[in-house]
Design a binder for this molecule. Structure first.
Ligand code: HEC
Length: 122
């Protein structure tokens, strides 16, 4: 079977990647999780100036108001992410508890704080 070496190669690549993903430290992983789950509305910088973000009036997560509200309240951010945000029976932010690990949410909460700090640096 002449494809066998190719299959083995592909498999090795897959395993290698899975392994690499597990090896990456949270620092590198979080921006990717953010990019996938939050950035479509909140933008990479958290300001919510993406097309969808503007349309939905996504909060500027770097604003003093939000930063103050969630300062040192990691568990509230985790709750918000896991249960989502529902207003007037409309789903604004989808609950992500089935999609993300608790650890990811924790890191996102930290990331949120970092975004606020980054803004101050400018
Ligand atoms: C589908 C678009 C969308 C996605 C995806 C999304 N958000 Fe939001 N988010 C919003 C909107 C819109 C608001 C403003 C809601 C309001 O105040 O009416 C908001 C508000 C927030 C707030 C402020 C809530 C408050 O107390 O006022 C936080 C914090 C937040 N989002 C975090 C996140 C995080 C973290 C993620 C990724 C896990 C995420 N959002 C993904 C649309 C989104």
């Amino acid at each position: 079977m002449k494809y066998l070496p190719i299959i083995i190669c592909a498999l090795a690549l897959c395993l290698g990647e899975a392994y690499a993903a597990e090896q990456t430290d949270a620092d590198k992983k979080v921006p990717a999780v953010w990019a996938k789950n939050c950035a479509p509305c909140h933008g990479g910088n958290g300001k919510g100036t993406t097309t969808i973000g503007r349309k939905m009036k996504a909060a500027d997560l770097t604003s003093e108001k939000i930063q103050k509200k969630y300062k040192d309240k990691q568990e509230e951010v985790i709750k918000l992410i896991s249960e989502g945000l529902i207003k007037d029976k409309k789903i604004i932010m989808k609950p992500l508890k089935d999609k993300l690990e608790e650890e990811d949410m924790k890191e996102l909460a930290k990331y949120l704080e970092e975004l606020g700090k980054k803004k101050d640096e400018k």
